[in-house]
Design a binder for this molecule. Structure first.
Ligand SMILES: [Zn+2]
Ligand SMILES: [Zn+2]
Ligand SMILES: [Zn+2]
Length: 135
């Protein structure tokens, strides 16, 4: 998600281009949820497997889902991300560089550095964890 930009993302979801893309995927995947195979009758969700090509998605970046499966997929992603955070145990605050024990923040939406009181974005944290693992 290196190029991920929330503002761009929100604008893009409102665009004609995305509406066309959604419809295209809906028809290509036979109007059925790709996980539970239920028929979608015009009410459907498109999930991004990756945001790397946001705005220029390949069809393989997208999955057609019913609402229930879409919620589940995001729950699973959240659990996986929590596991990544748990494995790390300590994270250095990007603002003050103090080491924070993040286990106690796992189930809270907001993570706040106890040293400098800055809010830390979960996604930024996960990104940094992934970068540090590759080194
Ligand atoms: Zn489904
Ligand atoms: Zn999704
Ligand atoms: Zn801090």
């Amino acid at each position: 998600m290196s190029k991920f930009n929330r503002k761009f993302y929100e604008e893009y979801l409102k665009s004609e281009k995305w509406k066309e893309k959604r419809k295209e995927i809906y028809i290509l995947r036979n109007k059925k949820c790709e996980i539970c195979k239920c028929k979608l009758y015009g009410h459907y969700h498109i999930h991004h497997k990756t945001y790397k090509r946001l705005g220029e998605e390949r069809n393989s970046d997208l999955i057609l889902l019913c609402e229930k499966c879409h919620i589940n997929i995001h729950k699973e992603i959240k659990q996986k991300n929590n596991k990544k955070i748990k494995d790390l145990k300590f994270y250095s605050c990007p603002f003050c560089l103090n080491k924070i024990n993040i286990n106690k923040f796992l189930n809270t939406g907001k993570i706040r550095c106890p040293f400098c009181n800055s809010f830390i974005n979960r996604l930024d944290m996960i990104k940094q964890i992934e970068i540090s693992k590759k080194r």
